[in-house]
Write a protein that binds this ligand. Structure first.
Ligand code: DGL
Length: 275
């Protein structure tokens, strides 16, 4: 449908626009690749859905990306990665799949207070994968978890700052402020877009840990290891695809990653489809 080039095409998937926080790091490192960003806005949020349903939805959307000819898939969603990463790799052994998980390890290694916070969706926090992660890497550090109620919906609307957002964050994060944490792991790809508001609420002493740059570096490593990189230096085409309505999607993408879009010479396309 989208006719991407035979090499160097990356598919990036999220339930909505949160994965753009990963997309912007990927395009910084890999400007020549064609990229299809797929947002399942017909079903966002994934966070409160049963794991089985998140797995089914994720498989359906990755299948579509593979049909478009993508060479590598990035699951730019912690909730979908926790529910489906393993089964995706079994279903498409020929396609390298990069996933993500909350950055508990670096936060636990760097804390001075011995308290770190993880802000994520209920799906991520309940997953077996997350419990194993904490068991393995917390090393005596106190890991405080908070489910980011309502935050995904705000980011989906492009509403990422203002007094109401800050008041809600303050209420939500009070236990972390009291702990006191010195690192907050952003365990959902929507949350880096709330970074300024989070920093204002938590104060300058709390370091926000966004795994997106590390995920982008891993994407680059995997692409090179499989010799799948674009063999041209001209800017790749950027496709933004939603399973929801097109006009609000286009508006929110243009708002959240405005600087990447306006400063680029890439061909940019928006699509809406039913899956
Ligand atoms: N952006 C997703 C994540 O990283 C999930 C948001 C949602 O759909 O609940 O977990």
């Amino acid at each position: 449908m989208l006719m991407p080039s035979p090499r160097g095409t990356i598919g990036i998937f999220d339930s909505g626009v949160g994965g753009l926080s990963v997309w912007r790091e990927v395009v910084r490192l890999l400007p020549a690749e064609d990229i299809i960003y797929l947002a399942d806005q017909a079903h966002v949020p994934y966070g409160p859905r049963p794991e089985e349903e998140v797995r089914r939805l994720t498989h359906r959307h990755v299948a579509w990306l593979v049909e478009q000819g993508v060479q590598l898939v990035v699951i730019a969603c912690n909730t979908a990665s926790a529910a489906a990463l393993q089964s995706l790799r079994e279903a498409w052994p020929q396609v390298p799949i990069v996933g993500m998980e909350p950055a508990v390890k670096p936060a636990s290694q760097r804390t001075h207070t011995g308290h770190v916070g993880v802000l994520a969706t209920p799906g991520t926090l309940q997953a077996e994968r997350f419990h194993r992660l904490v068991e393995r890497f917390a090393n005596g550090v106190h890991v405080h978890t908070i489910a980011g109620e309502g935050l995904v919906a705000w980011v989906e609307m492009g509403r990422v700052e203002g007094p109401e957002v800050e008041a809600h964050l303050h209420k939500l994060l009070t236990p972390l402020i009291q702990a006191p944490i010195d690192h907050l792991v952003l365990g959902c790809t929507h949350f880096p877009f709330l970074a300024s508001a989070l920093q204002r609420v938590l104060g300058p002493g709390v370091h926000l840990v966004d795994p997106a740059p590390a995920v982008a570096r891993q994407t680059q490593r995997v692409l090179l290891a499989h010799d799948l990189q674009a063999n041209s230096t001209t800017p790749g085409a950027w496709h933004f695809v939603t399973t929801g309505p097109l006009a609000p999607f286009r508006r929110v993408v243009q708002r959240l990653v405005a600087s990447q879009l306006t400063s680029s010479s890439h061909s940019i396309y928006f699509h809406s489809l039913r899956l």
